[in-house]
Design a protein around this ligand. Sequence first.
Ligand SMILES: Cc1ncc(COP(=O)(O)O)c(C=O)c1O
Length: 440
Amino acid sequence: MKNLKSVDPQIYDLIKQEEKRQSDVLEMIPSENYTSKAVIEALGSVLTNKYSEGYPRKRYYQGNRIIDSVETLAQERAKKLFGVPHVNVQPYSGSPANTAVYLALLDPLKDKIMGLSLSFGGHLTHGSPVSFSGKYFNIVPYELNEKGLLDYDEIERLAFAEKPKIIVCGATAYPRIVDFKRFGEIADSIGAYLLADISHISGLIVGEVHPSPVAYADIVMTTTHKTLRGPRGAMLMVTSKGLKKDPELAEKIDKAVFPGLQGGPHDNQTAAIAVALLEAEQQDFKKYSKQVVNNANALSKELLKYKFNLVSGGTDNHLLLIDLSDKKINGAVAAYGLEVAGIVVNKNAVPYDKMPPFYPSGIRLGTPAITTRGMKEKEMVKIAKWINDVVEEVKGDELPKEKESRSYFWKEFRRKVKENKNLLAINEEIKEFCQKFPIP
Ligand SMILES: Cc1ncc(COP(=O)(O)O)c(C=O)c1O
């Protein structure tokens, strides 16, 4: 059989280019990671050829004896790792997984979802008006307080006043510990379901460096490709508490995933999730998760020395949110400059941001991927210095206040920054530095 290189040299070459890019830069987007070779091998296997609509031993297609074993193994590993009685490993990704929960439990255009507002660090699927979740359900958004922290008294007040049917906790850009116990108490007090979206922190929960929501939430959703270090995908877990509240909860969730929302599961993805779960059970993974948090902490301490304004003053987990407004540089400008220098982060809104989402005031960065490469606290000192050097270098280029002038500014800024000798020199240093920390 012909290999990829001979069948499609263009795609082969693009994959090789991406491999090199991932190896040459400091990948610091907190939702990204490097999977193991074993995960990639399972993902690129013949399991992609199979159709297996339904669930183990209840399929609509023949020939699923082996697929049943794969899916059952993934379920059993997840149940053991997170300590839950029921798991669905079929959601294609995090967004359809959250959607399936709403489909299972809510009446569209009638019931309310309460979730953290997108501009304060919630995910699109937690009720943003631009997403399905905000268009088809009534939304009760909650926000962070002025210190950039969840205000549990305010959340309780809002929940009591609005009586949502589902409260979503967990976030995309929140650097602090989430008090799942308090969320559970609030949800119970109004008879709501609590959905804990632990997509960002599931690896930290497995590594015991963040408390688990399993005792307090009814449903727990996680993507599998962030700190958990698996393939793209997601899992929906129903807890004992959830089953007590609603004995049919597991069945409702399963029916919502299939046939409610999806067709055939991606069996190669399921196998790769099973591999990632096995890896996450190992002692080494615990060490890895601890190091992710230690690195984020070390990085935040160093950045504070350079007078960066960290939302909430620091971090308890794998990510940092930096408000750049007092450095007089826009988040989009900083992210672009950092990429030219070899540090890949994302622009991000900060609490009470006065700027629009495309030009937000902050950047978000994290340590999961660079920790997988073996970097430790010592390396964070270097990285903080590079971040500061880049920000100082590009900081004079302020984004125009008038919308009309922005596209011209961007074109000119990108042209200039791409040729900036100081940034290119940092890029060379980073490339050399990265060689010492090979990707898996
Ligand atoms: C908290 C949270 N939930 C859900 C998702 C959605 O996951 P996906 O991008 O796989 O659809 C994300 C992705 O960033 C996330 O951060």
